[in-house]
Design a protein around this ligand. Structure first.
Ligand code: THU
Length: 120
């Protein structure tokens, strides 16, 4: 699976976002080491802060499926990940992150999107 194909998976799944408040649909597709792809979308809530980002939905599904930190090769996202999701990407030790940003496709390591990470 190429980065381009993974990003296309993220584009497609973004159509399932539940985003009636922002109207901003986000999709995330994560390639696991075993070749499986786990997807997520943003799920909003009328009590705005309770909404969930697409990345956190995807990694929550991955944890439920039995994956854990270090099992993830690439995360492809249809938008630039927010600060909180960068912390999630770091926690999950994803090797690379690919995302769309204003017409560009950006590829970065987690160290690049979140330098000097907080660790317990
Ligand atoms: N959103 C994500 O799903 N991921 C991000 O990294 C950035 C923001 C969602 C949250 C909200 O539902 C919508 O985009 C607008 O902020």
């Amino acid at each position: 699976m190429t980065d381009q194909e993974l990003l296309e998976r993220a584009d497609t799944i973004a159509g399932r976002a539940y985003a009636p408040y922002s109207g901003f649909h986000v999709g995330c597709a994560v390639l696991c080491r075993d070749g499986e792809v786990v997807e997520g979308v943003n799920v909003e809530n009328g009590a705005y802060p309770l909404g969930v980002c697409a990345e956190r939905a995807a990694f929550s599904c991955a944890i439920v499926a039995g994956y854990g930190p270090g099992d993830f090769v690439v995360a492809a996202i249809t938008a630039s990940p927010c600060g909180g999701c960068r912390q999630w990407l770091a926690e999950m030790r994803v090797e690379r992150v690919v995302f769309r940003n204003g017409g560009r496709v950006v590829e970065m390591t987690v160290d690049e999107i979140l330098p000097e990470q907080f660790e317990l």
